[in-house]
Ligand binder design. Structure first.
Ligand code: FAD
Length: 289
């Protein structure tokens, strides 16, 4: 088994950020990056918008800045549902030119009004294609509660095995709010012969609207503790934020204690929240030793 080079015999900590959207500027993203820097993550991944090439240029530019200016390993996401093989080759060349060695290979979700290309039917096709065309460290997505479109957990894990056998070096999970889903998933993965490192994706609850959007989009479950918390602090956003941070910290500490290979924090470009979580996790882990 090839050991992914981002894993160094400890629980890896990575952050995910996204390029500027309509209501934010590149400057805001740069400020987030500066603020994340001294938390010394093992890598930072940058999302990719399926809809247009201007957005993909932003992914490369931000990943390059992290890699070459901040001197932190970066991982550039790529979704292939709207991409041809030639476009993917161009993207790979851009990554190589910018010294970016890590790529999170995704199918992506179809965007309204954008033609679906037929070159890649599943993320596993993209993984195999990247493997053929360069010496990248390939990350791929996985789903502790099953992908929303998968007919069953069994079918989803069999498809994941195909993706890993196609060349994925490590996996990052979709967000989940109940660690039991992650532990059960890890067992299913081991049973079917998936032995690459699996990072647990954690999204702190920042607001009720954000969580409701995620649940609708990804089909993840909300445990009663979380729905009670959101109801209790419904009209108190600052209290909800603090409670959301505490919830994420407890989840992460439990995952580390149960030997998770890594924690991938969906930062939502909020460096203050990422800092509070990182510091609280560190102090709780140290105080339990
Ligand atoms: P796949 O692995 O292709 O799986 C999609 C579905 O197809 C699943 O139901 C799976 O069971 C099924 N399937 C897979 N292979 C086969 C097969 N051989 N035969 C039959 N069925 C199969 N989206 C973006 O647009 N940009 C991003 O930057 C981005 N970042 C993400 C980061 C993470 C960590 C995660 C978890 C998701 C991210 N997404 C992103 C969302 C992702 O693109 C969607 O979840 C998408 O619906 C599935 O992508 P995938 O790569 O997992 O697809």
């Amino acid at each position: 088994m090839k050991t992914a080079h981002l894993f160094k015999n400890k629980t890896v900590l990575s952050f995910e950020i996204f390029p500027p959207k309509r209501d934010t500027s590149l400057e805001t993203v740069n400020q987030t990056l500066e603020a994340l820097r001294d938390l010394a993550p093992d890598f930072i991944s940058v999302t990719y918008s399926a809809s247009g090439s201007a957005n993909s240029a932003a992914t490369v530019a931000i990943a390059a800045k992290i890699q070459n200016e901040q001197r932190i390993d970066s991982a550039a996401h790529l979704s292939c549902i709207h991409r041809t093989k030639d476009e993917v080759l161009t993207y790979l060349e851009q990554l190589k030119a910018n010294n970016i060695q890590n790529i999170l290979a995704l199918l992506g979700d179809p965007q309204l009004g954008v033609a679906v290309q037929k070159d890649f039917r599943h993320a596993s096709d993209l993984v195999a294609f990247i493997r053929e065309h360069g010496d990248f460290n390939i990350l791929a997505a996985c789903y502790p509660e099953g992908h929303i479109a998968a007919p069953s957990l069994e079918a989803d894990i069999r498809n994941l095995k195909i993706k890993v056998d196609s060349g994925a070096d490590q996996l990052v999970t979709q967000l989940f709010f109940d660690n039991q889903f992650f532990y059960a998933f890890r067992e299913r993965a081991a049973k079917i012969g998936i032995h690459v490192p699996i990072e647990a994706g954690i999204m702190p609850v920042i607001s009720r609207g954000q969580i409701e959007r995620m649940v609708a989009l990804c089909g993840v479950s909300l445990p009663a503790r979380l729905t009670d918390m959101m109801a209790r602090y419904d009209n108190h956003p600052a209290d909800l934020l603090e409670a959301g941070i505490d919830y994420a910290v407890r989840q992460i500490v439990d995952l580390i204690e149960h030997g998770a290979d890594g924690i991938h924090l969906y930062t939502m470009n909020n460096a203050t929240v990422a800092r509070k979580i990182s510091e609280a996790v560190q102090s709780r882990i140290i105080s339990r030793r």
